[in-house]
Design a protein around this ligand. Structure first.
Ligand SMILES: [Ca+2]
Ligand SMILES: [Ca+2]
Length: 277
């Protein structure tokens, strides 16, 4: 399932003399440090257009609008002999780790008629709450895929008292040529609320030179790791001490070496790393 090395990134973490995590083996109740987020709300739209034009395009679009996120939006129609199909769906998992997955596709089959068009979109914000009341280190991992005429983007922001602050983001847009993009980052985040924003679109058109099918997909995961594992290597060792020393002084929010998130990397952070060696 995790084709981009989650298990390898986690490995086994030893803290305070206890074997704390053995996620790759899957046994013993699993868990890791925590599941970083829980969903406290969602707003947005998930909708599709499956249009099927007649020869003279006199048939207008047929829109399926599923405002209640969590429902699958699906349009599948034939009209005037043409055929278009679009679908967008998403799922959330909060078992061993927090996961979000979104898929959209569009097909327009010219063999069944002229000028078929289909489109699928997602525009949503998921409101997340950290499950811990103290700063925690979170490993973010994602994979983006797109083909045809498609784009997909995610953005994670911290909801501060007066503003939203970017934590991490990535996007992928393609024209015809399929692409896959994977990424990972380790961030130290304060307790509180966050927003996961996702926007994606895909379309297909059989009446022109555009491809008659397309897709986008986003798989996004977040999990807690050892707070002192500054570089996300799976161990707390000299590499983490070096990372703390390299970042010494005032730092911006979410800096990996700022364990207590007081916007400074100093002796308190170094002490915290040494305590979890
Ligand atoms: Ca480390
Ligand atoms: Ca600090």
């Amino acid at each position: 399932m995790f084709g981009f090395g989650i298990a390898g990134a986690i490995g086994t973490v030893v803290v305070l003399g206890l074997v704390a995590v053995g996620r790759a083996g899957g046994g013993g109740g699993g868990g890791g440090w925590c599941v970083p987020f829980e969903v406290v709300g969602a707003t947005g739209e998930l909708w599709t257009i499956g249009v099927v034009g007649s020869q003279n395009q006199s048939d207008g679009p047929d829109i399926t609008d599923a405002n209640a996120l969590g429902l699958q939006a699906d349009a599948d129609m034939t009209n005037g002999g043409s055929f278009g199909r679009a679908v967008s769906t998403y799922s959330l998992g909060t078992g061993d780790l927090f996961g979000y997955s979104n898929f959209g596709s569009a097909q327009a089959d010219a063999t069944k008629g002229p000028s078929a068009f289909a489109r699928s979109d997602v525009l949503g914000t998921w409101h997340l709450q950290t499950t811990a009341s103290v700063p925690q280190r979170v490993r973010l991992m994602w994979q983006l895929e797109a083909a045809g005429i498609a784009s997909i983007q995610w953005t994670l922001r911290h909801a501060g008292a007066s503003q939203l602050t970017l934590v991490a983001e990535d996007s992928l847009s393609v024209y015809i040529t399929p692409e896959t993009r994977t990424g990972a980052t380790t961030v130290m985040i304060p307790a509180g609320q966050f927003q996961l924003f996702v926007v994606g679109t895909v379309q297909a058109n059989s009446g022109f030179t555009n491809p008659d099918e397309g897709m986008y997909r986003l798989d996004w995961y977040a999990l807690c790791i050892a707070p002192a594992d500054v570089d996300g290597s799976g161990d707390v060792d000299g590499g983490d001490v070096a990372a703390v020393l390299a970042a010494w002084g005032p730092v911006p929010a979410f800096t990996a070496a700022d364990l207590n998130q007081d916007l400074a990397v100093d002796g308190m952070d170094l002490t915290a790393v040494l305590a979890e060696w």
